[in-house]
Design a protein around this ligand. Sequence first.
Ligand code: AMP
Ligand code: ZN
Length: 473
Amino acid sequence: MKLYNSLTKRVEEFVPNEEGKVKMYTCGPTVYHFAHIGNLRSYLMEDVLEKLLRYSGYDVTRVMNITDVGHLSSDADTGEDKMLKGAKREHKTVMEIAKYYTDAFFADCAKLNIKTPDVVEPATNCIPEFIHMIEVLLEKGYAYKAGENVYFDTSKLDNYYVFGNQNEEELMVGVRDDVTEDENKRNKNDFVLWFTKSKFEDQALKWDSPWGVGYPGWHIECSCISMKHLGEYMDIHCGGVDNMFPHHTNEIAQSESYIGHKWCNYWFHVHHLNDETGKMSKSKGEFLTVSLLEQKGYDPIVYRLFALQSHYRKPLVFSYEALDQSVQTYKKLKNRISSIEDGGDVDASAVKDWHDKFAEVVGNDVNTAMGLTLVYDVLKADLSGATKRAVIADFDQVLGLRLLDPVTADEHLTDASADTDPELAAHVEAKIAERAAAKKEKNFALADEIRAQLLEEGIVLTDTREGTKWEKK
Ligand code: AMP
Ligand code: ZN
């Protein structure tokens, strides 16, 4: 399997520390609000990665934290604790908020067919582990106390900016958001390991510590929680691309200073889903959640298809028009699959060959769009109906699109394409899906090329509100 590694900025052959086993960690949600579908793009692609690893034969252990304390409204330790903000907004306690939004998060994940990681651990469960790690960092001289907080001293590291390329704006992270700079910090990107004093005194959750009553910084939780369950050597660490700096940079700084050796080998970062204004936000405009999509009549699994049609390392723009295209693609695909003729035996060796092919194609840096194309290839292939179904069920262990579920009344196709030659239809629909993906990625040249190619084959495409329709010339 090949994976792009943000540390080396290259696609590399994936080699785990221990043969056949993968230790994987995912930064979990801050449970002060619903997750938006941008957050869920990250969890969805991480889910595909996990399933792909299992599909390729690895024994995977995946751990996720739940941030229920310490994540301030700016990633650079300034502003208010997000959990406190949520509690005030809803006149509830922090713990009530945490429970409510943790449950809501996993309910959304279930709707998107995202598997719950093997271990899910809330930060508030691990205070003694955080205190221990901070003590060691102080002993080793990587941390200092100032103004009654404990800070990590980034100047102690030769290579703090492990992901490189931090531009000026990102480096200014410590001094943005119109807040007074923390004068206790020796270096502008030093970060808080433990707060006892901050500009907000009414923090709801506090614990005793050697440095006074207080609460942990955000970054420390991922270092501790991952090591608690996965030990000192990790294979893959995941998160959204915004986590790279400062969050993952700080996780690496404190983890490697604590253990004294390299911690995690592969860093998997999912690029953002943006709305048409350029950024997905919980505060401005329409707050895009799974529930909102459902209210508008979308089956959440269609959003999973929408995400899978693009590569995880490219930004993706959300629009209802693009989602409508995915609705049509999903309907057609399910209708096509449900009309596979019954009969024949399952050809086990053919299933194995297709399995290996899928593992290789999608295993090339999680190429989900190519995985979808393979589904169309199976539909066109010279295989018995039983074999086709078995291969598609096998692929769906990774795709997670419930492709073999019965076609619902809503999904039933009424347009003429349902009656055409199934091979031709599968071919054209694969091309339409490829073109939609190209458009989403703003590769209009490729989109036009696909349209022209089909025209040469005598197929005319028309873009409508309900998606792209096609007919023979
Ligand atoms: P948070 O709950 O804010 O800690 O974010 C949860 C996850 O969603 C993190 O891995 C973020 O990097 C990721 N994330 C945040 N915004 C987006 C977005 N617009 N698209 C994709 N992932 C995102
Ligand atoms: Zn994290």
